[in-house]
Design a protein around this ligand. Structure first.
Ligand SMILES: [Mn+2]
Length: 269
């Protein structure tokens, strides 16, 4: 039995099938995990989500595109306000079931048996891995409560950009979501720059990639989200699994048992 963590699929269903063939995936023995951004941009988010939904015990953390998909599906924002490839999913007979399942997924999973954690974007510097898991459980609790739609309605936005233990309610949850699903650059206190997407920052004395602050982690951090980083091992304990499938590059899986990496070229047209 092997456990594979797969980078940002983004609805690239043909590429996901090609990757599973490449690793000789056996559904009776192997476990699959996904570091978020399962949906959007690719050709078939519906088939992708149906496949992941029917897996036995998949490891799934949500990415920003997944949360955006929930916002659009429930029309907390006009579906026309944002370019997406989600109409077929939203109109499917089983869309309610699939999206309800998606909304219950975590934004961080700790896998002590594999000496690893998985998140979509990263882990901000103010939190230990243990604190980060506790903080993200606050998000999961909101999404599993009657308050979930109130939060999704106000989820979008870049503020508050800085963390304080005194943050409350939706401001607190929004910072948590932004840090774990959208962050690339931040300062040493966890103030986020959510606008810079390239691999280097114009203010490198202040804003660094989040992983440059992580020196003492005992577990490896498996993450996606940052295809333009183009560095599969940006630090010793960090594995960047988004290899840009939705941009025509490759789709990547990491086997947790031996940290071997497998990639296939994007099969999207
Ligand atoms: Mn992302």
């Amino acid at each position: 039995m092997s456990t594979y963590l797969i980078g940002d699929v983004q609805g690239c269903w043909l590429s996901l099938q090609a990757l599973l063939n490449h690793i000789n995936y056996d559904s009776s023995k192997d476990q699959l995990g996904f570091v978020g951004d399962l949906l959007n941009r690719g050709n078939d988010s519906l088939a992708t989500l149906r496949f992941i939904h029917q897996l036995k015990d998949p490891l799934v953390v949500l990415g920003n595109h997944d949360i955006y998909s929930l916002i659009l599906f429930h029309e907390h924002m006009s579906r026309d306000a944002y370019k997406h490839t989600l109409d077929e999913l939203f109109q499917a007979d089983d869309a309610d079931t699939l999206m309800a399942w998606l909304s219950q997924q975590a934004i961080m999973i700790t896998l002590p048996e594999h000496n690893a954690v998985m998140v979509h974007a990263g882990i901000a510097p103010q939190w230990s891995l243990e604190e980060a898991q506790t903080i993200t459980d606050e998000f999961t609790a909101v999404m599993r409560s009657a308050d979930s739609h109130t939060f999704l309605n106000v989820c979008e936005g870049n503020e508050p950009a800085s963390w304080s233990n005194n943050l409350t309610d939706h401001d607190r949850t929004r910072y948590i979501v932004n840090a774990f699903t959208r962050m690339r650059f931040c300062d040493a206190n966890g103030s986020l720059d959510l606008k810079t997407h390239i691999a280097t920052h114009q203010s490198p004395d202040i804003m660094k990639p989040w992983f440059d602050y992580r020196h003492n982690d005992k577990l490896d951090i498996m993450f996606g989200h940052w295809a333009s980083l183009n560095k599969p091992r940006p630090r010793e304990h960090c594995y960047a699994l988004d290899s840009g499938c939705a941009w025509g590059h490759t789709l990547t899986a990491l086997r947790l048992e031996d940290r071997n990496i497998f990639s296939v070229p994007s099969a999207e047209k």
